[in-house]
Ligand binder design. Structure first.
Ligand code: FES
Length: 149
């Protein structure tokens, strides 16, 4: 009887150690697996890109640059401040062009027009152009806030 109890206790301890070992090894594997995958689930953070010096963009002037994903953005000095808009038309994705003499954006694909703030003036586009936050620092550097990729 005492021998039987010893075997049972030994068997129990053996299973306990085996269970603990499995738990630790699977836990470690799960930790590293989740660490590897977690950047994909991380929410993109906003980033500020230095685009131009304010004195290089007089009223009516514009400059085009690409964000971190390669999307084209145009920065315009409207005379009342800087505005950054996506150049991708919200109708079917053609490229829009800033026309400084008329102070509007034009999409040549289906004659879409947007005002200086990116709002639809006429044509088939269903919504305004995508807009980005603009910041000017104390040294007159103009930054545009975009999402990281
Ligand atoms: S794609 Fe711009 S108006 Fe159709």
């Amino acid at each position: 009887m005492a021998e039987n109890e010893k075997q049972t206790r030994r068997s129990f301890l053996s299973r306990l150690w085996m269970g603990a070992g499995l738990f630790l090894s699977y836990g470690t594997a799960a930790f590293y697996g989740f660490s590897f995958l977690s950047p994909r689930f991380r929410k993109p953070q906003p980033r500020r890109i230095l685009v131009a010096s304010a004195d290089k963009l007089p009223p009516g002037a514009s400059t085009t640059f690409k964000d971190l994903s390669g999307r084209k953005i145009v920065l315009v000095n409207s005379g009342g401040g800087f505005i950054a808009l996506s150049t991708t038309c919200t109708h079917l994705g053609c490229t829009t062009y800033w026309e400084p003499e008329k102070s509007h954006f034009f999409c040549p694909c289906h004659n879409g027009y947007f005002d200086v703030n990116g709002n639809v003036v006429s044509g088939p586009p269903p919504r305004p152009l995508d807009k980005f936050e603009v910041f000017v620092d104390e040294n007159d550097n103009v930054f545009v806030e975009v999402k990281e990729v």
